[in-house]
Design a protein around this ligand. Structure first.
Ligand code: SAM
Length: 215
């Protein structure tokens, strides 16, 4: 299968027509091998305009959603980024190409372990993975210039606001467990300045400052 052509087509037909403009985001997404982050059975669908299932009942987000969230982070290359919800590792790989260092937390140990294997095999040396409840953040590495939550939250977890650097940006889907709205919030002296973006549907953020285990 010609994955390179499928990737270029994904950018041309799914990202550019829907308004993704940041040339660095478009360039990186036309290069990162998304098919290596989905399971073997889903490889042929890796560049489809859809989220796909990973093992453990979780998902790898739709390419467009990865692009929107990444663009909203406005990465210039020197940022320290925290991602909550490693999942397949694809979003972290995209972030790692656009920033200095990525710290990513996944609550399901098996998914975190698989992601580490992939990052090692693909030589992504600036990604650090931890298993645990990401709603608590990664205090030992704070502050972060950017934070991205790739699971649906009831509200922005307080520890993550605390761990965001001054003028830092957090991008997070907020809403109920079945539908959310993407929020970009910038930390300033006066508090968080919020912008509301596209409606979206993510699996729930489960943790102390997220939803309960039953979601
Ligand atoms: N970013 C991922 C990718 O590129 O494949 C997609 C993430 S998937 C939509 C959401 C992930 O968030 C799931 O793997 C889920 O286990 C994880 N998750 C949910 N609550 C979490 C929490 N409190 N801490 C860390 N990970 C969490």
């Amino acid at each position: 299968m010609d994955y390179e052509s499928l990737r270029k087509e994904m950018v041309l037909t799914q990202l550019i027509p829907r308004g993704i403009r940041d040339p660095r985001v478009l360039e990186v997404m036309s290069r990162v091998p998304r098919h290596l982050f989905v399971g073997e059975r889903a490889m042929s669908r890796a560049y489809d305009d859809a989220a796909l299932p990973t093992s453990d009942g979780q998902t790898i987000s739709q390419p467009y959603m990865v692009a929107v969230m990444t663009e909203l982070l406005t990465l210039r290359g020197n940022e320290k980024v925290l991602e909550i919800g490693t999942g397949s590792g694809y979003q972290a790989a995209v972030l790692s190409e656009l920033s200095k260092e990525v710290f990513t937390i996944e609550r399901i140990a098996a998914l975190a372990a698989k992601a580490v294997e992939k990052f090692d095999a693909m030589k992504y040396t600036n990604i650090h993975v931890m298993t645990g409840d990401g709603t608590l953040g990664w205090p030992g590495e704070a502050p972060f210039d950017r934070i991205i939550i790739t699971a649906g939250a009831p509200e922005i977890p307080k520890p993550l606001i605390d761990q965001l650097a001054p003028e830092g940006i957090i991008v997070v889907p907020v809403g109920d467990p079945y539908s959310q709205r993407l929020i970009r919030a910038t930390k300033s002296a006066g508090g968080l300045k919020k912008e509301f973006h596209t409606p979206c549907v993510f699996v729930p953020l489960v943790g102390k400052f997220g939803w309960g285990e039953d979601k």
